[in-house]
Design a protein around this ligand. Structure first.
Ligand code: NAD
Ligand code: AHE
Ligand code: ZN
Length: 372
């Protein structure tokens, strides 16, 4: 079949809207009509050539929602007509990682996914006879895409596509980092570095978990108002002269009476990751890395920071088990426990998708969503 898609033909070049050929689902796979997709900073990072796994030409996008239109042989967990969210973190329920119950990082198809291929080692997309790579196993910047059955979460049919697509990455990552990974407890002090599409969801997750002080840190002053809308109690801009001696770590440590119980990096900047670790409380504070850093970047700190009891951890997809937890987060949204609508700042057509990247880079959007 044919599908309209925004293709990343080369790094650092705008996406091009073209008609691709798409092969139908093979055994264990499903064809999904994507109804809406968010644009996450990770898409921009890959398009900018900063991802060590980045492949071109490819169909980016990993934050979608849609409808199953066809199923391959052997598919049992979803049917034609089901509403689904594609999962870049699948859940096979059979691999060592899934069975361990210690991680959400299913390994069943990770190797081929990282090579831009389906589990059988081939791609379903092509353009003028040339193969086009998949991205993060999802490729939601195409109106139709093919996914393994283990990489779709069935969701309720009354959830709107243009908001629930954000649960495919940003919402689940931010809220999940708090509730699944950190397991923040009532009264805990939380500091969030980076108040974009992910960080604001960390803030609302912290509020949901009953955190006491919730501090937001961002170099964009407009983000103070955004943070307060979702439960942030204090804000610090590292560029502001009011920051103690120009040292954001000293400022946070003073503000939080010795450091935070939990800090989160949602910037992808390795200098900020160090600040987040060092802003944790001596003896027990834990810093969670969410941000994805550029290829070649490394994190560092004085080992003394760890010797004296600070913990450094990371999280992917908010520690959520794709098929099990994603539908629950959709319920949280539909029940009003968490907000999504105000964070969708821009709705675009597929032809306007490059504008979504421009808005993100200019700090003018929280989430842009493409509606097919
Ligand atoms: P975004 O662009 O919407 O937000 C980033 C925010 O960080 C912006 O508000 C920006 O002003 C702020 N910022 C930038 N530099 C800063 C600094 N030095 N100090 C303080 N604030 C700073 O991006 P997003 O979509 O929210 O994604 C954030 C990060 O999370 C990206 O690195 C993305 O790749 C990553 N991410 C990781 C996962 C995961 O599963 N681990 C999932 C989604 C996104
Ligand atoms: N490919 C990169 C790493 C990118 C990365 O860390 N991706 C996150 C999701 S970001 C979503 O916006 C993730 O899930 N990582 C776990 C995994 O298995 O990819 C690199 O550095 O090579
Ligand atoms: Zn993402």
């Amino acid at each position: 079949m044919k599908t309209r898609a925004a293709v990343a033909f080369e790094a650092k070049k705008p996406l091009e809207i073209v008609e691709l050929d798409l092969e139908g689902p093979k055994s264990g796979e499903v064809l999904v009509e994507i109804m809406a997709t968010g644009i996450c900073h990770t898409d921009a990072y890959t398009l900018d050539g900063l991802d060590s796994e980045g492949l071109f030409p490819s169909v980016l996008g990993h934050e979608g929602a849609g409808i199953v239109r066809e199923i391959g042989t052997g598919v049992t967990s979803v049917a034609v007509g089901d509403h689904v969210i594609p999962l870049y973190t699948p859940e096979c329920r059979q691999c060592k990682s899934c069975l361990s119950q210690k991680t959400n990082l299913c390994t069943a198809i990770r190797a081929t996914q990282g090579k831009g291929l389906m589990p059988d080692g081939t791609t379903r997309f092509s353009y003028k006879g040339q193969p086009i790579f998949h991205y993060m196993g999802c490729s939601t910047f195409s109106n139709f895409t093919v996914l393994p059955e283990i990489a779709v979460a069935k969701i309720r049919t009354d959830a709107p596509f243009d908001t629930s697509c954000y649960i495919g990455c940003g919402v689940t990552t931010g809220v999940g980092a708090v509730v699944h990974t950190a397991k923040v407890q009532p009264g805990d002090t939380v500091v969030v570095f980076g108040l974009g599409g992910i960080g604001l969801n960390v803030i609302q997750g912290a509020k949901l978990a009953g955190a006491g002080m919730i501090v937001g840190v961002d170099i964009n002053p407009d983000r103070e108002e955004w943070g307060r809308r979702f439960g942030m109690t204090h804000f610090a801009n590292p560029k502001d002269p009011s920051v103690l001696g120009g040292d954001i770590v000293a400022h946070i440590v003073a503000l939080t009476d010795g450091g935070a119980d939990f800090t989160f990096d949602a910037t992808g900047n390795t200098t900020v990751m160090r600040q987040a670790l060092e802003a944790c409380h001596r003896g027990w504070g834990t810093s969670i890395v969410i941000g994805v850093a550029e290829a070649g970047k490394e994190i560092s700190t004085r080992p003394f920071q760890l010797v004296t009891g600070r913990n450094w951890r990371g999280t992917a997809f908010g520690g959520a088990r794709g098929r099990t937890d994603t539908p629950k987060i959709v319920d949280w949204y539909m029940n009003g426990m968490i907000q999504i609508d105000p964070m969708i700042t821009h709705r675009l057509t597929l032809d306007e998708i490059n504008k979504g990247f421009d808005l993100m880079h200019a700090g003018e959007s929280i989430r842009s969503v493409v509606i097919y």
